[in-house]
Design a protein around this ligand. Structure first.
Ligand code: 13P
Length: 249
């Protein structure tokens, strides 16, 4: 299975979300079997997006609480995301790990909350530039993945390799970096989940654009992409989906 997912991050009003969703739906090509496309608007635009979203486009969120309900000011739970129409949710994005103190332990609990309520987690992992320069990329990727999945049973999951140094910089990783990082993650999935780990789609994310996406599907060994900036432009988003749709895995 392959996925192209747009993470809109903290951008836009409800009206903009409706307009972008309508435009994306008009621009999307017919999807081949096994290729999925989703958008992850900010919480405030989930409802507006759900109003206009139709198949094949799917709806996701950008974060979730590890608790189901209660006195957790500002948090949104997995049952609430389901109620809002979400089928998937990003977890452990590096912006949350780096800027908001999200730990491996919190990420692991959030995964479990999503699984409890039948939502598909999109687990983000990736090394910083300093870690890369210290030659620690493989160790960091393995540690983040193993910490998130420790003690879990095989379940529905997507993993996104997002090198922190490639996010929002306009300088994506090379396809070879993607292939290496995704190889490490696939090995780690095999170590924890055995044969079930082999079925987990592994995506690349970080400055993916319509112009640079094609090598990620082939040399980059990516089962799709997690888009940031490019997903705010419906035409660019659709062009990336078209590129993925042309590749038969
Ligand atoms: P950019 O595509 O803007 O680099 O963002 C990637 C990302 O963080 C998606 O979650």
């Amino acid at each position: 299975m392959r996925w192209i997912i747009g993470n809109w991050k903290m951008n836009g009003t409800r009206a903009e979300a409706r307009q972008r969703t309508r435009e994306l739906l008009r621009a999307l090509p017919p999807l081949p079997e096994g290729l999925h496309v989703a958008v992850c608007p900010p919480y405030t635009s989930l409802g507006a997006t759900a109003e206009v979203l139709t198949p094949p486009l799917e709806l996701g969120a950008q974060d979730v609480s590890w608790q189901d309900s209660g006195a957790f000011t500002g948090e949104v739970s997995a049952p609430m995301l389901r109620d809002a129409g979400c089928g998937l949710c990003v977890v452990g994005h590096s912006e949350r790990r780096q800027l908001l103190g999200e730990s491996d332990g919190m990420v692991a609990q959030k995964l479990r909350a999503l699984w409890r309520h039948g939502l598909l987690p999109v687990l983000c992992v990736g090394e910083t530039l300093a870690e890369r320069e210290q030659g620690r990329t493989e160790e960091v990727l393995r540690m983040q993945l193993l910490a998130a999945l420790e003690g879990s049973s095989p379940a529905d999951l997507l993993v996104a390799y997002e090198p922190v140094w490639a996010i929002g910089t306009g300088r994506p990783a090379h396809a070879a970096d993607s292939a290496r990082g995704l190889g490490v993650l696939r090995q780690a999935l095999d170590a924890v989940w055995g044969a079930d780990g082999a079925g987990v789609p592994c995506l690349y994310g970080g400055s993916v654009s319509a112009a640079n996406c094609a090598p990620f599907w082939t040399e980059g060994r990516a089962d799709g992409a997690l888009l940031g900036g490019a997903s705010l432009d419906a035409q660019a988003f659709a062009a990336i989906v078209r590129s993925a749709a042309e590749v038969r895995p």
